[in-house]
Design a binder for this molecule. Structure first.
Ligand SMILES: *Cc1c(COP(=O)(O)O)cnc(C)c1O
Ligand SMILES: [Zn+2]
Length: 429
């Protein structure tokens, strides 16, 4: 593979990615030097970053984080990035609002404290800026000059923006039938945007082929050959939630699932905070949320299976429409180990939930946010999620990108510009 040629010329001593020490196989533990590789040469298992955190003193680390910038780089000591990362051109995502959602809590009957982690506040309006920011630093370290990805929409925009800011070429691949908001958001940054005739799983397969071919030489695919670095960006959601809660673990989290990477890395981030002594150890439950029209993990969870059977997606929640989720089995493990669950809601429930969140908290979520809020409601109704415990629901994207989902929402009335007409419309106080 072309990418591995790069790896052999770039060993862990010449690559400065801060506390990242090596790549380690999640299945067999085999370790290899840091490089643009993603699968274990022994067992084909996924590689992830292994760190050396041994030098950290808990209270010094806490002070360093708290004195850091108001973005993900406050956590640079815990990420695969160089120590001076905040000085480089990057889109600097993160430190998004954790909204105490008292109105929504009242509607849903949550008494233990309900929060929405609102990641629509990132530079390109989705959580994907977090993962792309990490992948960009890895691309720099490995000498790539083109950034690429297979995307369900949000990732393409995040890559386009990060590449523009950092002076990389970008060429990204999406299913040809995405929402217009996502297409425009991906194209406006000036990189190349290619629609593939097929669904996300077809796009992803195509990108895997391109990596092994001279046509893709020198390309950093953020979610393929840079996936181990990319994935670590999701840990920052866990770090921020705990820090924003006053360095405390929440009791319950509701997290959307596309490939399942975000959910598994949120768990990894929480485990790291416990091991580093930054939060007090206590049980927490992670709940996964899918759309019924693309629910391979939810179906496997409910059937008690360990393997995830691929599906052909058909849902308005296109950002979550991955029919063959790479991290599906790990999500099942985490949901079961923590005492959480995986649940799904249908398109109608997604739209209702988008409107519920908007009406109660003034937050306009994309369809993925409708999925998490809808699943939260369903889990409470089914007695699975405990309303007396502190609960954090993730909104990972902005409703302006998925306007079609709420088409039909519009004018209350059209009137002539005079008071009689206003009164006739029944709007007077
Ligand atoms: C990509 C994405 C996710 C989660 O993706 P994973 O592949 O599971 O990490 C969640 N929400 C939105 C809006 C996304 O674009
Ligand atoms: Zn292995």
């Amino acid at each position: 593979m072309a990418a591995q040629t790069v790896a052999s010329t770039t060993d862990s001593r010449t690559v400065d990615l801060g506390p990242a020490a090596a790549l380690s196989c999640r299945e067999c533990g085999h370790r290899v030097p840091l490089g643009p590789v993603f699968a274990c040469e022994e067992c084909f298992g996924p590689l992830e970053i292994a760190y050396d955190f041994s030098a950290y003193d808990t209270e010094e680390l806490r002070k360093r984080i708290e004195a850091g910038p108001s973005n993900i780089w406050r956590y640079a000591p815990l990420l695969p990035v160089p120590a001076d990362v905040a000085t480089k051109p990057n889109i600097n995502p993160g430190w998004t609002k954790l909204v105490k959602a008292d109105n929504l809590a009242r509607e849903l009957g949550v008494t233990g404290g309900l929060y929405v982690k609102d990641d629509s506040g990132n530079p390109t309006h989705s959580f994907k800026d977090r993962v792309v920011a990490q992948a960009l630093e890895a691309a720099r370290a490995f000498g790539f000059t083109t950034l690429s990805c297979s995307s369900t929409g949000n990732l393409a925009g995040a890559v386009g923006a990060a590449a523009a800011r950092a002076g990389f070429r970008s060429c990204v691949f999406i299913p040809h039938d995405l929402e217009q908001g996502k297409v425009v958001m991906a194209a406006v940054y000036g990189g190349e945007l290619v629609g593939i005739e097929g669904n996300y799983d077809d796009v992803n397969r195509f990108c895997s082929e391109l990596i092994g071919d001279p046509a893709g030489e020198g390309w950093g695919f953020v979610n393929v050959n840079l996936r181990p670095y990319y994935a670590e960006g999701s840990k920052t959601l866990a770090y921020e939630i705990c820090e924003q809660l006053g360095w405390q673990l929440p009791d319950q989290l509701v997290v959307p699932i596309a490939s399942g990477s975000q959910l598994t890395k949120i768990d990894k981030g929480l485990q790291e905070l416990i091991k580093l002594g930054l939060v007090e150890d206590k049980p927490y439950k992670i709940f996964g949320a899918q759309a019924e029209g693309c629910s391979p993990v939810s179906v496997a969870y409910k059937a008690g299976h360990d393997v995830v059977r691929p599906q052909k997606p058909d849902t308005i929640a296109k950002s979550l429409a991955i029919g063959n989720p790479a991290d599906g089995p790990y999500v099942l493990d985490i949901a079961r180990r923590t005492g959480g669950a995986v649940e799904d809601v249908n398109d109608e429930q997604i739209v209702e939930a988008i409107k519920l969140l908007a009406r109660t908290e003034g937050i306009f979520a994309e369809t993925a946010g409708g999925v998490t809020v809808g699943v939260t409601r369903k889990l409470i109704e089914n007695g699975v999620l405990d309303p007396t415990l502190t609960t954090v629901v993730l909104n990972t994207g902005d409703g302006l990108k998925t306007l079609d989902a709420v088409a039909g929402t519009g004018l209350t009335a059209t009137i002539r510009p005079n008071l009689d007409s206003f009164r006739e419309a029944g709007l007077a106080s």
